[in-house]
Design a protein around this ligand. Structure first.
Ligand code: BV8
Ligand code: ZN
Length: 244
């Protein structure tokens, strides 16, 4: 199985990777839909919405500060590191991720497309102010705060710069991802349940164009039906095998 995946990867000319929350599970970041994915008896889907933010911005900020605190302690695992290595070897062109945890960038992936934004970036709900808290060095101060942070520019509420359910994905990221998928002859799908659209179209676009789909996931997903090769292993173990 792993040998088969290596053969397909080495034969491909324009392979890409498509990842979901499962690739970060071994870094200790809870996924969205696995049993432990719940947060204080709220479902993430209920909190990651503009309606929830309108109704109770403090609760939504509590949720995101909790996740930022958790994620900043997380380290990229062997799967993130292997993808960065495969990019350096010229075997994969880009990583398209649904994750907002910044772990692919920390692992060294250069050509990264974040379809759902980044949890360490905030933006204003009125003006076009936005801030990368890691770059600005204000992450610590931000996490110590509570309640709803205000825009230093215009005083309106700040929000996490992530895509909530019911919100459109960033245009340029989505276009670039679809363009890469339409040219890919192989997509390595790692750790996604394949239920969230339009991101979940990516492997289907590769398949439609005659490309190969390799899936790494301990369980079946919405992508498994179109997988040419399904590797029922956790991402770290599978990617160590592929790299060795
Ligand atoms: C939009 C950012 C329109 C926030 C996220 C009905 C049918 C079809 C679609 C819809 C519908 N109703 C609503 C929709 C649209 C909706 C959608 O798809 N909903 C789903 C739930 C049905 N989509 C949207 O709302 C999108 N926007 O459609 O806008 C529009 C257009 C124009 C103008 C206006 C509006 C926006 C979707 C983006 C939502 N934001 N994240 C945040 O993170 O706080 S999505 C969220 O889910 C995360 O980003 C997560 O990554 C993503 C997808 O989940 P997965 O990554 O797959 O994670 P999951 O937990 O589901 O699965 C984990 C997998 O890992 C499992 O398979 C597990 O087996 C595996 N695993 C576990 N351990 C390991 C592992 N794998 C490997 N190794 C391991 N160790
Ligand atoms: Zn503002």
């Amino acid at each position: 199985m792993i040998g088969e995946a290596v053969k397909l990867l080495l034969r491909s000319r324009s392979a890409i990777a498509f990842t979901g929350a499962g690739i970060s599970a071994e870094s200790g970041v809870p996924t969205f839909r696995d049993p432990n994915g719940l947060w204080r008896n709220h479902k993430p889907e209920e909190l990651a919405t503009p309606e929830a933010f309108k109704r109770n911005p403090e609760l939504v900020w509590d949720f995101y500060r909790w996740r930022m605190e958790l994620i900043r302690k997380a380290r990229p695992n062997d799967a993130h590191l292997a993808l960065a290595e495969l990019e350096r070897m010229g075997i994969i062109r880009a990583v398209i991720t649904q994750n907002v945890d910044d772990l692919h960038r920390e692992a060294g992936t250069e050509n990264l497309i974040e379809l759902h934004g980044n949890i360490f970036r905030v933006k204003c709900t009125s003006c076009n102010y936005s801030e990368d808290l890691k770059k600005s060095g204000r992450l610590e101060e931000f996490l110590k705060g509570n309640g709803v942070p205000k825009c230093p520019n215009c005083g309106s509420q700040l929000r996490p710069d992530v895509v909530w359910f019911g919100e459109p994905l960033p245009k340029e990221a989505l276009e670039k991802a679809f363009e890469l998928a339409s040219k890919a002859d192989l997509v390595l799908v790692i750790g996604t349940s394949g239920v969230v659209y339009p991101a979940a179209y990516i492997p289907y676009i590769v398949k439609e164009r005659g490309g190969r789909v390799i899936e790494i996931n301990p369980k079946g997903s919405g992508i498994t039906p179109i997988a040419d090769l399904f590797i029922p292993l956790p991402a770290g173990k599978a990617m160590r095998g592929i790299l060795d």
